[in-house]
Write a protein that binds this ligand. Structure first.
Ligand SMILES: [Fe+2]
Ligand SMILES: [Fe+2]
Length: 207
């Protein structure tokens, strides 16, 4: 079992390009604090919707960003509602929003300056990274959670966030040459692996 969990983790990171697979034992810890992890998950969806709105406000002249991010905002808000519904079903209450140390540290890696397109691509790649890591964690929950309903629930999120990851990466390639985007993405993948390594291993956080 342990071995197959490891290889499943590896195939997931290969698919997403992530440099560091999450220790699959994270699922066992996460399901022990379900109310906490669902609260954290709900606020991850809220933050995804909020950062989509911020992108539209920041780059209104970028037609493709506005066109593609607008439906994403609606989808992420739908995800928030979906998590809330799942919590209600289980008699859980939504706790307080917490600071997301992972997201905070990712944004700290943002390169300053350059053109407006450079800044946009920085933002888009960080959004893609958050989607990729969320997708990887949801995938683990969809495979190994002991609750069958939650497995299905997380499978849906995994599929959806994988689509968002692709969308943000494709958008980035619209605004800077592909080789530039690929190079920056590789650097960001290394930085992300370092961030994940440095973070406390806890089951009450999606990241
Ligand atoms: Fe989402
Ligand atoms: Fe997403």
């Amino acid at each position: 079992m342990e071995e197959s969990m490891e290889s499943e983790g590896m195939s997931s990171v290969r698919m997403l390009g992530l440099k560091l697979p999450t220790d699959p034992r994270w699922v066992n810890i996460a399901e022990k604090s379900l109310e906490e992890i669902l609260t954290d998950h709900a606020f991850c969806e809220q933050k995804a919707a909020s950062s989509g709105i911020s992108l539209i406000i920041k780059y209104p002249e970028k037609k493709r960003v506005v066109e593609e991010v607008t439906p994403l905002v609606a989808e992420e808000w739908g995800h928030f509602r979906r998590v809330l519904k799942e919590m209600n079903k289980r008699g859980f209450s939504l706790g307080n929003a917490r600071r997301d140390e992972y997201v905070h540290q990712l944004f700290a890696t943002k390169k300053k300056g350059g053109s407006r397109e450079d800044q946009l691509v920085e933002d888009l790649l960080i959004c893609a990274m958050i989607e990729a890591r969320s997708c990887e964690r949801f995938r683990l929950l969809s495979l190994y959670c002991s609750d069958v309903d939650l497995r299905k629930f997380y499978h849906e999120f995994m599929v959806s966030e994988a689509g968002h990851y692709r969308m943000f990466l494709d958008l980035a390639k619209e605004y800077l040459p592909e080789n530039v985007v690929k190079q920056r993405w590789q650097t960001l993948l290394d930085q992300e692996a370092q961030i994940v390594t440095g973070l406390e291993f806890r089951g009450d956080r999606v990241h």
